[in-house]
Ligand binder design. Sequence first.
Ligand SMILES: [Zn+2]
Length: 470
Amino acid sequence: MANAKELFSNPREFVSAIVEIRNKIGYKLLYAPAIANPLNMAILSYCGIDLFDSLDIILKSRKGVYFTSEKEYKLDELEGYPCNCEYCKKGIDDFEDLLFHNYEVMRNELIKIRNAIKRRELREYVEAKTHFNPNFASIIRILDMKYYDYQEKNYAVIGNKIIASPYSLYRPDIRRFRERILNRYEKPRNAKVLVLLPCSAKKPYSTSKSHKLFNRAIANSINRYTIHEVIVTSPLGLVPRELECTYAAAHYDISVIGYWDKEEIEMIRNTLSDYLERNKYDLIINHLPKELSNHLDIDAINTCKEHPTSDASLEALAEAVKEADDMEKVKHTERRFENARSILLYQFGKNIDNFLKNCKVKGKFPDYKIYDENDKQLASFSMKRGLFSLTYPGGKKLGRNYWVEIEDFTPKGSVFAVGIEDADERIRIGDEVVIFHNDEVRAVGVAKMNAYEMKESKAGEAIKVRHYKS
Ligand SMILES: [Zn+2]
């Protein structure tokens, strides 16, 4: 990227140039010369720059600029050095001392970035850096708003904690969650009553005090398994109860003070209305607080009085769910099967009814296990990943869905990118995949790259194999 330095001062042009180059070179290394310093290395890494140099640091050191990881200072304006490196301890006397201090800061920053990447927290780290430079904020915004497809494929379907910020609403993995709920997911078909619930700070929601109270109230119905709980929240929109362990539902922290901004309300209104267009219920019970409820246009029994967990509200909820008592009875096992189907639809998107044909689902949520008609286990739900893990027979039954085509070998530990011929373009890091050679399933495992990188790269671990053909 020859003109990186010039482009970087204009976020719009910089982002569009990066995307254009990336689309051209794929997953090859990208070098941006004479631009990196401790302040911008995180955002540059986030944009996909792989290689930096120290030219900018040398030039700035010549001009007497002292770097910290947040800010640049004029050396002669500093009162003491906010750093413990050997040059700062000794006192900075000349250009070389300053340069070596700046190198130290740059090296530390590089280590922070590497750790953030490893922990899947680079986005949070970059968001934190936007406080120090408005251009960084612009770059994130432009990427999110204009280049969702480009970014989304690089976001894993698993992850650590997300600290929700004003940027989170359009974060690619958050937006993907919302879109999958609307495009892939179907509610449990035997659930006829929808209960809308507020979120809780503690995750998964059902472990929180408030949700235990809701659960007790809902258990007041003798036809509990026809009731479907859906949690309404920002920035994720809607989280059906059976997806509460799935990324990012169990992974985000947001300040819960009952204040909703315009953008969040708009998002929830639209998501709910699209959801109800696609998923039909006989009855809706709305247990959301007024601050949110007032903005939603739904035909429902409102059970939230002053506060969702107040005695009056819980009594109203317990009373309202009795409406389900006279509806067609749904057994626990029937509902469990449907819950598993809904999760699988979210995860794999299609062909799930074929996979589930003649199957039984056993175990208590979230420890679901799926067995075929011969009691052979096909899949088990991993609470940690929030997804189903396949067994080898499970992979065979799932068939050409989240598939990877490899050369003629039987993988045991890992599949490296060099052995991959083709892959389902929906595969993201963390996805469960079925490994084929021609029409034979060779193994199942977890993707360590997205489909594009699997196909393009010549090196690196692409899949961690879980079970293989024996
Ligand atoms: Zn120092």
